[in-house]
Design a protein around this ligand. Structure first.
Ligand SMILES: [Zn+2]
Length: 191
């Protein structure tokens, strides 16, 4: 259907007077997340029915199903989440800028990687913090998200290579171009 060359700067009319409607998508599985259970049916239906994707912006959280086994509440938007509370979450969270520099590094990730926050903040995640991720299937996919310039997410399984041994993890990558920040979320597979 698309016959023209890639043009990331879509020049569709965007009316600044109309605030963009925000939809929350699960970083891990891509399912829409709803604010409250009572709003669930209405929100999904109205967003689908409107068909007005131009006024919709996307943010990333963790849905009920993906979080069920972890024993915590679903998260509508990680970007809105209190950074200190990241330490209470039972999976790894690394917040990075467009270059991959680490802005936030939570406690779970510190323990998984056996690497303290002070050794990590401000360093490049892909080249200095976790060099095993500096490959096409990991860093490459993050770079593609950044280059695309739209809010987006990806999920991948990856083998982290630590000095103490290899660990298979499920990774979610997110990117929020308006904020210039994204997340690398990590959980162990089979736990
Ligand atoms: Zn999910």
């Amino acid at each position: 259907m698309e016959s023209h060359a890639t043009s990331p700067e879509a020049s569709e009319s965007s009316d600044p007077a109309t605030p963009a409607k925000r939809i929350s998508i699960c970083a891990w599985c891509g399912t829409p997340i709803n604010r409250t259970a009572s709003q669930l049916k209405h929100e999904v239906i109205s967003e689908d029915a409107s068909g007005d994707r131009g006024q919709t912006t996307e943010t990333h959280g963790i849905c009920t199903l993906c979080i069920a086994d972890l024993g915590v509440y679903p998260i509508e938007s990680l970007m809105d989440y209190d950074r200190e509370s990241f330490d209470d979450l039972p999976f790894g969270i690394v917040e990075v800028d467009a270059q991959g520099r680490v802005l936030t590094y939570n406690k779970w990730e510190e323990e998984l990687a056996d690497r303290s926050r002070s050794q990590t903040l401000g360093r490049n995640f892909f080249s200095e913090v976790a060099p095993c991720t500096g490959v096409a299937e990991f860093e490459g996919r993050f770079r593609e998200l950044v280059a695309a310039g739209v809010p987006a997410r990806e999920q991948l399984d990856f083998l982290f290579r630590f000095p103490g041994g290899d660990t298979l993890v499920s990774v979610a990558l997110t990117w929020a171009p308006d904020l210039g920040r994204g997340f690398v979320l990590v959980q162990k597979v089979g736990e």
